[in-house]
Ligand binder design. Sequence first.
Ligand code: AQP
Length: 339
Amino acid sequence: MSDQPKQKPRILSGMQPTGGLHIGNYLGALKNWVNLVNAGEHEALFCIVDAHAITIDYDPQQLKQRILDAAVSYIAAGLDPEKCTIFVQSDVPQHTELAWYLSAVTPMGDLNRMTQFKEKSDEHKENVNAGLFTYPILMAADILVYRATVVPVGDDQVQHLELTREIARRFNHRFKALFPEPKPLLSAAPRIMGVDGKTKMSKSRGNSIDLLDTPKAVEKKIKSAFTDPNKLRQGDAGNPDICNIFTIHKSVSSPAEVEQIDRDCRSGALGCGTCKALLCTNLNRELDPIRERAAALGADRKRVLEILDNGREQATRLAERTMRDVRKTMGLGTGHYKK
Ligand code: AQP
């Protein structure tokens, strides 16, 4: 038997700094990241995927601030920089380098099938750029450059993960088995709908409850949020299975409360107003400490930059190790001739 400590499976995930993070990002992914890190069974890396954020129109000055805000939100939500690596994607250029190499083993037809590309190109008709189309290749590179095997995401990213596995298979078959096939890990709330009830909650669709919204703003948004359309007044029986308010309750309320809401909504004993008021209380209780930590850390820019710089160093070391193998395997460059 070997005395070597067993290598923990590696986790990689990220979020785009396209706006303030919302409770969909938090309950769908970030909260799960925190739990995974605290469980200590993985080696974990989390990036702020700024190179993805430039595939829609953006303001460079605003992007700079949003990158730091995202880092603050990650840490305020509970990611401990002592226990995981937090960094900015474009600080590690190996991601974009690998994306180019992987583009040579990715069929156009696979990219054409991506539903996120179809949705985003409909939403941003005036700017359907090649980056929006090749986005899943960069996402594959984000993961494969660390040879990560576990990717905790919301369900909107599952199709991209399937493509990542396909790209890894194609590379391994064409060149050499360098990459594991990463699997998605879904949270208990893999899809939170927007308060408009029409599409998933999104940073760019104006339908979100933000992680750092004030308690009053949270209350206002929940009050006007869409519920089961057949439950018009107190006494009507409702269907919690199709109600976004119930979905959020499942992530922030106690099991006993969730059970009671489920029962009383179906019987008509619980009206939407009371149900929403309880959600406001419970959601604000969950968000209060996050808001407090974010306010403190947001004022300490030096500390945030220090955390990101440490993250950059650690991530670069791992990514460069992979890239040396990739370049050598693909017959690229001459740097690998050096000892
Ligand atoms: N509504 C959601 N419910 C559950 N999970 C969600 N995620 C996003 N929205 C929901 C998960 O959050 C992580 C980060 O997402 P992202 O920032 O990379 O991009 P996105 O999925 O496109 O998020 P947005 O908020 O919708 O941003 P924009 O508007 O910029 O496109 C991912 O794990 C995602 O699954």
